[in-house]
Every structure is written in C-alpha cells, then in structure tokens.
Write a protein that binds this ligand. Structure first.
Ligand code: HEM
Length: 402
C-alpha cells in the first residue's frame, strides 16, 4: 500500500472517506472498513456504508430490499426517475432488453477503428511537445467524442454537454461559493432543465429526419408492442449524458496516474501489450472510479450485525468491496497477472453497467495507443494530483516525457 495513505482510527474517521484526501488514496480507509467496520454510518447524513464484498453483492442482487427507486432522495436535477438506473426490476429489465443489444461487445468492436483513429489524432496534437494535461487533452475528448458519435450528437456540442454533466455531478465546481447549498442546488436544477431542453430539440429533429444513430433507434424501437414515450426517451438520454461522459474519462485518468507513479508496471504494459486487458481489469479493481452506489432500503434488514431500517439510504462501497481479502488474494497488491478477478467496478446484479463493453473497448484503445506513442511518462516533480470524491476523477493531470 502506498506510504502516504493515512489510516483512520475510529468509525467517524472512517466515515470521512468522502474527503478529497481519501479520494486520492482510499485504500487504507477501505481496508479498515472491510476489516473492522463493515457497516459504518456516515457523518452528517448518518447513512450506513456497506463495504464487504459479500454484503455489497447481496445488496446489489436484492433490489426488492435495496431499491434504486430513489429519484426523490437522489434528485439529480431531474423531473422523473432516470431510466434504467432509478427504476427496479421488472420494469428496469424491460428497458435493459432494448438497450443491451445497442451496447453489445460485438457492436463496440465495430466502432473500435474510429476510436483508434481519434486517439491517433489527439496524440498527434501534443506528442512532440513532451508534455500535456492528460485529463483535458486525452481522457476527456477520447471517450466523450466516441460516445457523442454513438448517440448521433454533434462533436461541437461536447463542451456544452460537459458543462451540463458537471453541473449535475459536481455543481460545486461551477458555483461561485461551493459551500452555498442554494447556489449549488440552483446550478443543478438549471443544468437539468437545459439537458431536457437539449434532448427535446434533438427528438424533434430526429422525428423529422431519422438517422442511423441511438436517438433514432429509441424513437423507432418497441417495448412489448408500444413505442417509447417522449418522457421515456428523455429519461434514458439524461442518464446517458451522466453515465457516458464522466466514467471512462475518470478511469483513464486514474489508470494513467497510477502507472505514472509505478514505472515497473508502466513498463510491463509497454513490454507486453497483449496483457492490456488483464491490466485494465486490475486497474478498474484497484482504482474503482465509481467508488460507491446508493440504494433505498425497502424493508428492515440486518447486514453484518447492523440493523438497517426501511426508508434509510445506504451506500454500497464498491471500492472497498474490491479490496476485500476474502474475495481477492493479496487484495492490497496490484497484480496484472491476477488469475481470478471478479471485481465489481461496473456494479453487479440487475443494474450492472450497460456501458461496460464500450468502456472496456475505449480503455483498451486509449491505453494501447497512448503507450505505443508515449511509453515513458511521469508526473512533473512537485505536482500533487487532486482527486474528486464520489466519482474519482483527476481534472488536471500534467505529464511530461522525453
Ligand atoms: C469505466 C467506465 C464505467 C464505470 C466504472 C461504470 C460504472 C457503473 C456502475 C458502478 C454502475 C451501477 C450503478 C448502480 O448499481 O446503481 C453503472 C451503471 C450504468 N452505466 Fe456505467 N460505468 C462506466 C461506463 C459507462 C458508459 C460508457 C456508459 C454509457 C452507456 C454507461 C452507462 C451506464 C448505465 C446506463 C447504467 C445504469 C444501468 C442500469 O441501471 O440498468 N456506463 N455503471
């Protein structure tokens, strides 16, 4: 474990894991939770945080107790629940049936050449300079451009869509005063309205002139004999903007930051490009960029000896579960040759990530092309990386190379 990780002493210290400091180096905190406090209540909200692999999996697989229907409690600027993330089976399963085929492994391999070409163009722009901000010049544009292409949205809209996505996921960074709750809530609500407006316009355009893209598919597809309603399409599209424009960026940045700080493993990737898939899985496990997912408890339940009441919100700490030694051998070591890696960085149960094949392809192409052109990179001396909590991202990631 990295030596700069602080080890929390009490359950309250443990519950401060949402701080930027812990987001940067969460493993000591995770490990103490798994070992000593498998269910701990968060400061301020008092919400239980569940950290052991077995318990987290149980919750993920039992949506009838641990529900995702919490649009009111987790109002992300929305008027209605986001589909399929904020609805439970069996309704959620019906939507997944029409969405899953559009995100299949095979389909994602078809768009791989375009993503590779895009990676090459991005690298051409700065590779001779010997330095870049990896986050803004590579990790943001690469997956976001691919995702917009898939949705059928113009690339020129990317800065606007990123502003709206940030306004929902991290309104604090757009606020003049990040501690002003009213200002933060207003930013989120306004961005939500703009997202609905953006997609209402797009739906109108695609109705008049259908194309070969996801929006036209959503307008055309039938669910048990009926077309999707306008609100259904808005509620799916809203989630896509949040889910598709943040997570792969965050994963690319966390992965490169890890490799820059661990030259032996960076060299391993350069030496053995065939091992890239296993390396990506291990980096997903270790970094777990989506650190946790919330659920609303539908019935009184006991987890790891702690009573949890109906109506409570819980956090399932995927990052901690991913270093639970009862599931992962030598769980505190990053090992690209790990023989069994059933990590849950993409979640588990019915809500397991819809975009995992897309994400894996983008990560593979992104890291392959990067290491082919920039094999030997490092973080400049004196730079300290700032990680965001929640979804662990690094918004400024300076790198230099010879
Ligand atoms: C490495 C990148 C990614 C990570 C780590 C990630 C992680 C996750 C996790 C943990 C969940 C489960 C949420 C829950 O249980 O409440 C999830 C769900 C989801 N993800 Fe991803 N995701 C990634 C990329 C993507 C991409 C590129 C898309 C674009 C389509 C996407 C779309 C979704 C959707 C729509 C859901 C909701 C699925 C449902 O509720 O049925 N994700 N993701």
């Amino acid at each position: 474990m990295a030596s700069n990780e602080s080890s929390p002493e009490t359950p309250n210290d443990v519950a401060s894991f949402f701080s930027p400091e812990v987001a940067a180096c969460p493993h000591a905190t995770y490990r103490q939770m798994v070992d000593d406090h498998p269910v701990v209540r968060m400061q301020v909200t008092n919400a239980p945080v569940i950290s052991r692999y077995e318990d987290v999996m149980f919750c993920l697989r039992h949506p009838e107790i641990f529900s995702s229907e919490m649009a009111e409690q987790m109002a992300l600027g929305t008027d209605r629940p986001m589909i399929p993330q904020q609805i439970d089976p069996p309704a959620q399963t019906r939507y997944r049936k029409i969405l899953d085929p559009r995100f299949s492994r095979k389909r994602m391999l078809e768009i791989e050449p375009a993503v590779r070409a895009s990676a090459g163009e991005l690298l051409d722009a700065f590779v001779d300079k010997g330095e870049c901000d990896f986050s803004q010049q590579y990790a943001v544009p690469l997956p976001c451009q691919a995702f917009l292409h898939l949705l059928g949205l113009p690339i020129n809209d990317l800065p606007e869509l990123i502003r709206l996505k940030d306004g929902i996921i991290r309104p604090q960074i757009l606020a003049k005063n990040a501690l002003d709750t009213d200002e933060v809530n207003t930013i989120r609500a306004n961005c939500g309205k703009e997202i609905y407006g953006y997609f209402e316009t797009l739906i109108k355009e695609r109705k008049q002139a259908p194309r070969d893209d996801l929006m036209s598919y959503l307008l055309d597809v039938e669910l048990d004999g009926d077309k999707l309603s306008q609100n259904d399409i808005l509620d799916i599209s809203y989630l896509f903007i949040l889910a598709g424009l943040d997570t792969v960026t965050a994963t690319l940045s966390c992965s490169i930051a890890y490799l820059a700080a661990n030259p032996n493993q960076r060299e391993e990737i350069v030496r053995n490009p065939k091992g890239i898939d296993a390396a990506i899985e291990e980096l997903l496990r270790w970094e777990t960029p989506v650190a946790g997912v919330p659920r609303l408890v539908k019935a009184d339940v006991e987890i790891a000896g702690t009573q949890i009441k109906q109506g409570e919100m819980v956090l399932l700490l995927l990052g901690a579960a991913n270093i639970d030694p009862s599931e992962f051998e030598a769980s505190d070591e990053v090992n690209f040759d790990r023989s069994r890696n059933r990590h849950i960085a993409f979640g588990g149960g019915p809500h397991r990530c819809l975009g995992s094949h897309l994400a894996r392809m983008e990560l593979r192409v992104g890291l392959e092309e990067w290491h082919r052109r920039v094999p030997n990179y490092r973080i400049p001396d004196g730079e300290v990386l700032a990680y965001t909590p929640g979804i662990r991202d690094i918004r400024y990631l300076p790198l230099v190379w010879d």
